[in-house]
Design a protein around this ligand. Structure first.
Ligand code: HEM
Ligand code: NAG
Length: 483
């Protein structure tokens, strides 16, 4: 038996032997047949990619679970990948992930139409309505969490506080309509979603053990059922975008069950990142008193000029200090891959004038977290949170960053890039701003242990959007100015 397996492995090695040709990037297959570097990659992709970068430079090809992935880490050369949708296809790999994570297969014409529709809702005339609805839900949920006449501190993990509130408010705004409809309880959706979220990376990599797989599938099934009513009703004021999305699916002959699966994917896309982003921002502020003071000072100027309870919906209210602190937070904690499949052989021109051949069937992957975001050549002491990193001396927005003496087109990329970038960016920023404003203006919020440090990053989530902490940061809060 052992001999048979060894022989198979050996045979496999011979059949699939791949050599680097001179025009191709450096090739690093790893020692384990087929798997290659998959284990190290899954455990801590950032550490692994940094190790390879040190060994091979800004471009190299690694073997990961039978696939060859070329990592490109020179941000000056990113445009050559992002702008070539003919040779480098976005949808193929997206479909693989969709099937693995959501058990979802959609017809091919869909993405472009759905994207146009979402743009009209998230970037267009509907945006102010969405923002104020989000503000109302946030305020309602915060008050329910901690009534205004409460005088005692409430203790909670900051991650759970942020994720829980923002998820439920986002669900009510985009999926559930007003709370007094007979809609599904947002807390139930959140509880199930959190479980699902825990399986996400393993679902994507196909590394769940048999028992885990059963649990993951039953959680996913419960979410499909909970989401079934969402977006059904056209004339409810809520979720017109979801109604339009379902309509599009229907036009393409997508059945009811598949529609639910697609709605879970949208729940992930729209709710999975905002809570963790708000957590990291508040965690950095609470552990950096100077930064917290600066943001509070800016907010207090606004609270003096605004009387309305629903503030900051207006884009014209400028908050450069907050914006810089948020951008700095995202620089340190937004870690998506940008992946493309090579559908026809391509010569990749690098910014330094060199050229590399990309093989058909391989994948190309950018990891902006490593560069530009954590690149010491671009940001001095890149591990450090500096709230004013994106401000000029005169307080205006700092946009110019350099690598190798050359101005960068992309100095951070938390929202992806090109036509596949995030359509929810302005809504997400506005939401986080409203939330942080409410907490810092209407509540006293502090660390339970004043010497507590920011939690470690859960390294298994590199590549899947916003990072999450290992464990939580205990805080206490209570309403301010009780009369
Ligand atoms: C801090 C919060 C957020 C971050 C960091 C973020 C980041 C991203 C990134 C990197 C992508 C590209 C994914 C890819 O390349 O496949 C993306 C796509 C997307 N985001 Fe966001 N996002 C955030 C919040 C939101 C919100 C609040 C919404 C909805 C209102 C939203 C809606 C979407 C949608 C619909 C897509 C898919 C676009 C497409 O069809 O290609 N996002 N987001
Ligand atoms: C880290 O993230 C993975 C995937 O989401 C999860 O399964 C695991 O429990 C997390 N670990 C900790 C310590 O939070």
């Amino acid at each position: 038996m052992i001999w048979a397996i060894l022989l198979l492995v050996l045979l496999y090695g011979v059949i699939t032997r791949r050599r680097r040709s001179k025009s191709e990037p450096p090739l690093d297959k790893g020692r384990i047949p087929w798997l290659g570097h998959a284990l190290e990659f899954g455990k801590d992709a950032s550490k692994f990619i940094n190790r390879m970068k040190e060994k091979h430079g800004d471009i190299f090809t690694v073997r990961v679970a039978g696939r060859y992935v070329t990592l490109l880490l020179d941000p000056h050369s990113y445009d050559a990948v992002i702008s070539d949708s003919d040779s480098l296809d976005f949808t193929k790999y997206a479909q693989v992930l969709m099937e693995r994570i959501f058990n979802l297969k959609l017809p091919h014409e869909q993405p472009a139409k759905a994207k146009t529709m979402m743009k009209s809702h998230f970037l267009g005339v509907n945006l102010p309505t969405l923002k104020s609805s989000m503000g109302r839900h946030l305020q309602g949920l915060l008050k329910a969490e901690l009534p205004q006449n409460q005088r005692d501190w409430k203790e909670e993990g900051l991650f759970n506080l942020c994720y829980g509130l923002l998820f439920r408010a986002g669900y009510l705004t985009l999926f559930g309509g007003e709370q007094n409809n007979n809609a599904v309880d947002p807390s139930r959706v959140y509880e199930e979603y959190k479980k699902f979220d825990g399986f996400l990376t393993k679902l994507a990599r196909g590394t769940l053990k048999t028992e885990e797989k059963k649990t993951a599938e039953s959680v996913r099934k419960r979410l499909w059922d909970l989401l079934a009513p969402a977006g059904l009703n056209e004339d409810s004021a809520s979720s017109p975008w979801l109604h339009a999305y379902k309509q599009l699916l229907q036009e393409d002959g997508v059945d009811e069950e598949t529609q639910r699966k697609a709605v879970l994917m949208q729940l992930w896309a729209t709710q999975g990142n905002v809570g963790p982003a708000a957590f990291w921002l508040l965690a950095f502020l609470l552990t950096n008193p100077e930064a917290l003071m600066a943001v509070k000072r800016e907010f207090s100027q606004i609270s003096q000029m605004e009387t309305s309870e629903i503030f900051l919906v207006d884009r014209s209210v400028k908050t450069p200090v907050f914006d810089s602190a948020l951008e700095e937070t995202l620089r340190l904690t937004a870690a998506s891959f940008i992946t493309r499949e090579v559908v026809q052989e391509k010569i990749l021109p690098m910014a330094d004038g060199s050229e590399y051949l990309l093989r058909k069937g391989d994948r190309v992957c950018l990891f902006p977290f490593v560069s530009p975001q954590m690149d010491p050549e671009i940001y001095c002491q890149p591990q450090k949170f500096e709230y004013d990193r994106f401000l000029n001396e005169d307080g205006s927005v700092k946009k110019d960053f350099y690598k190798g003496g050359k101005l960068l087109r992309y100095h951070t990329m938390p929202w992806g890039a090109g036509t596949n970038g995030c359509v929810g960016k302005p809504f997400a920023i506005s939401t986080i701003r409203q939330f942080v404003y409410m907490l810092l203006t209407n509540y006293d919020l502090e660390l339970c242990d004043s010497k507590a440090e920011i939690p470690e990053i859960n390294t298994s989530r590199y590549g899947f959007g916003m990072l999450q902490p290992e464990g939580d940061l205990l805080v206490r809060y209570k309403p301010r100015n009780v009369h």
